[in-house]
Design a protein around this ligand. Sequence first.
Ligand code: DNO
Length: 358
Amino acid sequence: MEMTLRWYGKEFDTVTLEQIRQIPGVKGVITTLYDTKPGEVWSRERIKAMKDEVEAAGLKVAGIESVNVHEDIKLGKPSRDQLIDNYIETLKNLGEEDIHMVCYNFMPVFDWTRTELARKRADGSTVLAYTQEAVDALVPEEMFNSISSDTNGSIMPGWEPDRLAHVKELFEEYKDITDEDLFENLKYFLERIMPVCDKYDINMAIHPDDPAWPVFGLPRIIINKENIHRMMKMVDNPHNGVTFCSGSYGTNLENDLPDMIRSLKGRIHFAHVRNLKFNSPTDFEEAAHLSSDGSFDMYEIVKALYDIGFTGPIRPDHGRMIWGEKAMPGYGLYDRALGATYINGLWEAIEKSHERGV
Ligand code: DNO
């Protein structure tokens, strides 16, 4: 595996490349052109400038999170062909700049969803949290307003104002879209992009729906083992793979995370590793990465990745806000750095036990 940290670019992130460079074992960043809109072509020049900046700090661009998919593609509208052509052009430009992993998602309207961005924990840290009861009590527009008013001044990924300016109309458009339609539209998209992925060896890594169940009645399909395998079989190409995000699949306690990882050998192109603490099956908060702080056995998760020979980029995921830091919720420096160090420690121990046969 290759340890990385997510970085939003100098204009959007409170964390600097120089700080990231000092986290032991972190060699690369997962980044994006955060000011581009879904459907826009990323120019080769801008991709190169981003790469040069990262490399000048002694790091590499280990992959992109995300090249967002336009809603018309998810909805299967006639305009999708032009938008997919643009997506292909972006992939080609990334490939020509020697970038080979792209994370994306296929969630209607909303990306990940949380109901609190700063729930206080017993240790005084604050974390992102979710309760189904709070979602059930909200209409989608209120959800957007409550998220955007509580972000420490940052633009949250997936909650960009442009994306959400048309929430109401989008809900109207999704009214008759079923899971089956969404699978069909994803298949159409994947079939069209696979040739450029083959040509430039680009691994597409679909991010799971978070939480892993329908929210506000919108269809959500990338939620469990059965559906991911269906997705991979319907366009059976090694470049059609997944982002294994423990914190997203883990929202559904029926998902056996190590078992899912083992079943995805060769198709996990990117890993997000984090822990959740469940207070009830529909109330969870994001814990420190350490197993004992949450509900997951992080050793088993990392071991499963090791056992399938995972070599792709991995990153600690959302961290707690600690030590007085002010940053984008989930994306401060300190707790993610602790997370990276912890995952590195687990990996080293697992690797050495394996090599020494203990
Ligand atoms: C949240 C992230 C997601 C993820 C996208 C991938 O913090 O995990 O926004 O980046 O779903 O497209």
